[in-house]
Every structure is written in C-alpha cells, then in structure tokens.
Design a protein around this ligand. Structure first.
Ligand code: ATP
Length: 218
C-alpha cells in the first residue's frame, strides 16, 4: 500500500509510559475516521504537568517505535525525548508547522481526559492556530458537565466541526470521534508490572517483551 505524503497529518503526543492498545486504537481509529494520511506519535520528554515517568525517555521512545513498526501509517518523532528542555505541545506544533509548511492540515489527537486538562497547558488557545483538535472518548470521562472548564466550553461551541471539513483548512477546528472504549491505562499497566502480573493483551507483544527484557516498572 502506498500512502500519500500530503493530506491531514495526525499528531499524537503522550507520555507513553508505556504505549498500549488504548493509544494505538485511538491513533488507528482517528486515521480512519478523520481521513488522516499518517499519524505521528510524539513521546513526551520530561512532561511539565506530571511526575517523572516510570521509564526513561529512551525506553519510552523505543517502545513507541516497536508499537508503531507494524502500521505503515504510523511514524514516531523522537524530538521531544531528545530535547534538553521540558516538552510543550505548542512548541512541537510550531516545529511541525515550520517543517511541513502553512497549508498542511494538522490534527492534534487527544483523549477526553487530556482535553479536559487543556486550559492548564502552555499557550493552550494558540494550539488552534497550528492544528485542528480531535477528541476521542475514554471510559470514565465525558465532555461537558461540571468537569468542563468554561473557557474550554467556549472553544468547543466556537470551533465544533465535522470530520469531513478537516482537510479544507490547516487548523482551527474541533471534532470528536468515537473509538471502541478501552479502559486501559499506563498507570494500571505499571501497577500490574510491579505486582508481577501478566501484561498480555493490554499492549503489543514486542512492547511486553521489551518491558520484561529491560526490567521496567518493577
Ligand atoms: P497514565 O496512566 O500514565 O496517566 P495514559 O494511559 O493516560 O497514562 P498518556 O500517555 O498519558 O496515557 O496518554 C496520551 C494520550 O492518550 C492522552 O491524550 C490520553 O487521553 C490518551 N489515552 C490514553 N489511554 C487511552 C484510552 N484507553 N482511551 C482513550 N484515550 C486514551
């Protein structure tokens, strides 16, 4: 299968500590539902919002590469892990924009839990200047209601669009898409690992092997 290089590019950042089927299914569903030509996975370096990851950046990058290897539409971007300073999504989007030019539609992919936290991100309203946002459902979280900050609700009502419109502009719209709900989290995987429990069927076999070979999360 030859994939076109132009067309909307999915951008999917995360701690990926470790990458699991919740992440991979979100990326694959977005590719299909939103007409993305490729999805770029960007493991975070030292994330500004949260505790130090359980595995070093080099391990999280290696696991993302193993997980992405079997999907020709997925690619892994090492820049945040390799950068000396803290990761900020806005900086990655600025970099991608400079790399890909002003016209290519970029679609930042997020689970709804991450989306609800958006107002705490650096220069968060500027994200829409560089990319569209696409939000996937995740068990245990919902859009709207009391958990939705007012500033975010305002962006949702102003920018809400349908997936078929994403290719018509480089940035600025907001869509939701539905994925098969998967109540998998990296936190749960790390806890299972520490308890000596099986990780099978929660993440790809090469990643399970990598974790055990490098004795991560013990
Ligand atoms: P942790 O448990 O360590 O917080 P996580 O499993 O939530 O990790 P992250 O790397 O923090 O994974 O998440 C990266 C992105 O993937 C976020 O946008 C998050 O919302 C999304 N995501 C992670 N797991 C799922 C899932 N099971 N379903 C839908 N979205 C998910």
């Amino acid at each position: 299968m030859t994939l076109p290089e132009a067309g909307p590019l999915g951008v999917f950042g995360g701690t990926f500590d470790p990458i699991h089927y919740g992440h991979l299914r979100l990326a694959e569903t977005a590719r299909e539902a939103l007409g993305l030509t490729r999805v770029r996975l960007i493991p975070a370096g030292q994330p500004p919002h949260r505790a130090t990851p359980g595995a070093a950046g080099a391990h999280r990058l290696a696991m993302a590469r193993l997980a992405a290897a079997s999907n020709p539409a997925f690619e892994v971007d090492p820049a945040e892990v390799e950068a000396a300073q803290a990761s900020y999504t806005i900086l990655s989007l600025e970099r991608l924009r400079a790399e890909l030019g002003p016209r290519r539609p970029l679609v930042l992919l997020l689970g709804v839990d991450a989306f609800l936290g958006l107002p705490t991100w650096r220069r968060w309203t500027e994200l829409f200047d560089f990319a569209h946002l696409a939000v996937a459902n995740r068990p245990g979280y919902s859009l709207g209601g009391a958990a939705m900050p007012a500033a975010l609700a305002e962006q949702v009502s102003r920018r809400q669009a349908t997936p078929d419109t994403l290719g018509a502009a480089p940035a600025g719209r907001l869509v939701q898409f539905a994925m098969t709900p998967l109540a998998i989290s990296a936190t749960d995987i790390r806890a299972r690992c520490a308890a000596g429990q099986s990780l099978r069927y929660l993440l790809p076999p090469p990643v399970v092997d990598y974790i055990s070979r490098h004795q991560l999360y013990l």
